[in-house]
Design a protein around this ligand. Structure first.
Ligand code: HSE
Length: 441
């Protein structure tokens, strides 16, 4: 149990966008934080790579150090906030800090998704805790909600927008006709993107967060690489326009759906019906739609990326650690424990959905029939087709948009492979699932 009299001494590792936000909160809101924690929390060190790097929020120079050892070796520091990101050297450093008895607060989903099990083992052995609210959906308290507030439920599904950068890009492209590269640059300038934004846009960040939520909600341990995922790199402005014409928006959606004893998991840009709550989540906001057998459906929305929303989650974890709540949760939850009754991951090929296909094809007779023939052979039924009127400068090619009725991921994959080999196919375009895609009556 924490000594309720003593000041809790905290160190930060990493002073990037989120690190500076955490330092700002700890230093400028000390009175409020002390009130919440019941004792003083003091930031006494911030470990950085470059001491002289210009920063928007300047810390007293006595706090800055480039020497990790002065944190590891200081017995007065009881909590370390790891915000350096990435797996190496963060994993080695967190392991050393746990070995030396420090409680950890981290926003590092990549590290948890890769080494969560091993780090939690070390923490348990050393009587320490790891708190990671900020690792998933930034400012939305989804880790606490799934693991504590909804613990009376069997969670039956999670549908979530978990990457602020992608949601910002898709929103800007759709609402302002901004091209992909400019929208990404903007997301980087606003501090939403990872150091390497490839992890945001190729779906890695989202699938790592889904792997963490899956472990918490279902007890199923799955490596993020085993979950099928795709990012938003191939989405064109024309996809967003065609989707809107059909009554949908495109969102990078993470899905976990319990079907009997099996769990369907995937991440994909998905057509979501305009007007439904997930379709109306804009900019860097994230959303998580969780269904439980007792509570029904609960919808959480808030900023999933950015300096202060993420810092809000990190500092709440620091307070929880000081109060002793993080240790209790960590002990009872054992977040990376293998549960024998956990559902098994379903064969991804069996996932059922309607699909949106955008192809670029030769503008000549019988092309539609050839493509429909391939879909027909796979028992895929076409729901609607859009072929925009051809312009004279189109060089004999046209986009062809096909919406299918419900089929399986396996069948649509095989069909699109076969279509890709047809001579009439000029470029492959995209194949995206449609959430609740059957026409509404
Ligand atoms: N880069 C992430 C995002 C924030 O854009 O959502 C941290 O997870």
């Amino acid at each position: 149990m924490p000594d309720t009299q003593q000041t809790a001494k905290v160190a930060l590792i990493g002073l990037g966008t989120v690190g500076q936000g955490v330092a700002r909160l700890l230093l400028e809101q000390s009175e409020r934080i002390t009130r919440q924690a019941g004792r003083k929390i003091e930031l006494i060190k911030a470990v950085v790579k470059h001491l002289d790097k210009p920063r928007d929020f300047s810390l007293p120079s006595s706090l800055l150090t480039d020497d990790l050892e002065c944190v590891v070796q200081d017995p007065d520091i009881s909590i370390v906030v790891e915000l350096m990101g990435g797996i190496d050297p963060a994993g080695t450093i967190v392991n050393r800090l746990l070995e030396s008895g420090k409680d950890i607060v981290t926003a590092n989903k990549a590290l948890l998704a890769e080494q969560g099990m091993a780090l939690c083992d070390t923490a348990r052995k050393r009587g320490c805790s790891i708190a990671f609210e900020a690792a998933v959906a930034g400012g939305i308290p989804i880790v606490a909600n799934i693991s504590q507030c909804l613990s009376a439920n069997q969670i039956t599904s999670i549908r979530a927008i978990l990457n602020g950068t992608c949601n910002h890009i898709l929103t800007e492209m759709e609402s302002r006709n901004v091209d992909y590269a400019s929208a990404l640059r903007e997301a980087q300038e606003l501090g939403y993107a990872e150091a390497d934004p490839t992890f945001d846009i190729d779906g890695t960040d989202t699938v790592q967060k889904l792997a963490i939520l899956t472990q918490l909600a279902f007890g199923t341990r799955v490596h993020w690489r085993e979950i099928p995922y795709q990012g938003i790199e191939k989405i064109d402005l024309e996809d967003l326009h065609f989707a809107r014409q059909l009554g949908f928006r495109i969102k990078l959606l993470a899905t976990a759906q319990l079907l009997g004893r099996e769990l369907e998991l995937h991440v994909a840009p998905t057509l979501v019906r305009i007007g439904s709550p997930l379709a109306e989540v804009h900019g860097a906001r994230n959303a998580v739609d969780v269904a439980g057998d007792a509570v029904g459906s609960v919808f959480y929305e808030g900023y999933g990326a950015g300096q202060m929303p993420t810092a809000s989650a990190v500092v709440a974890d620091v307070i929880d650690t000081v109060v002793g709540r993080a240790a209790l949760t960590f002990e009872t939850l054992e977040p990376w424990k293998l549960l024998s009754h956990a559902p098994l991951v379903r064969d991804p090929a069996a996932a059922e959905s309607c699909y949106y296909l955008r192809l670029r094809v030769e503008d000549r007779p019988s092309v539609l029939a050839e493509i429909a023939g391939v879909l027909g052979k796979k028992a895929i039924s076409i729901a609607s087709v859009i072929q925009p009127p051809t312009a004279s400068e189109n060089n004999g090619s046209v986009p062809l948009i096909i919406m299918t009725h419900q089929t399986t991921a396996g069948a649509i994959q095989e069909a699109t492979e076969t279509i890709a080999a047809l001579p009439c196919l000029l470029s492959r375009g995209v194949c995206l699932p449609v959430l609740d895609g059957e026409p509404q009556v």
